[in-house]
Design a protein. Structure first.
Length: 162
């Protein structure tokens, strides 16, 4: 599926944009911006997501999910600004490759004896196999910018619930 997006940018412009996101210690405002972008995908993903799309979280309790995410980020020493940079870079990646969201993203956190982590499933217009391929390519892009998604796992998946 080919979708036309406004303001398509080159790879160099995408790299430059991602470097402008502050990668320092996070403030409460950074964390609030992260939660807002997670909840309202259009904020980070732009034209790749419908403006009225709202993400879902465990038990539909954004306060509890936000607190659990804050604990995961703190435990793994991931700044909210790095997590937000990951979201924005993913948005650039989706727009650049003309991949649209198809379904509500899903935020969940996990705490086990082995550790804790968070996962943000981004349901796309791709089928299962293509979503896996593009997810691996996204991982390469994120790692090249030292944005590791081992503990804050942003995952491209096939279509999901609307």
């Amino acid at each position: 599926m080919s979708v036309k997006f406004k303001n398509d940018r080159t790879d160099a412009e995408i790299a430059t944009t991602s470097l402008h996101v502050q990668r320092t210690h996070s403030s409460e405002a950074d964390f609030d911006a992260l939660i807002h972008a997670l909840r309202h995908p259009h904020v980070a993903f732009g034209a790749a997501a419908d403006a009225d799309l709202i993400a879902r979280c465990a038990m539909e309790d954004w306060d509890a999910s936000a607190q659990a995410l804050k604990e995961v980020l703190k435990h793994h020493r991931i700044s909210a600004s790095d997590a937000l940079a990951m979201l924005h870079l993913t948005g650039e990646f989706l727009r650049r490759h003309r991949i649209r969201l198809d379904g509500e993203p899903w935020l969940c956190t996990f705490q086990t004896e082995e550790g804790s982590w968070a996962r943000y499933d981004v349901h796309t217009s791709l089928d299962y196999e293509d979503a896996n391929t593009w997810d691996k390519r996204l991982d390469d892009v994120l790692r090249s910018r030292r944005l590791d998604r081992d503990s804050f796992y942003l995952r491209l998946t096939d279509g999901g619930p609307c």
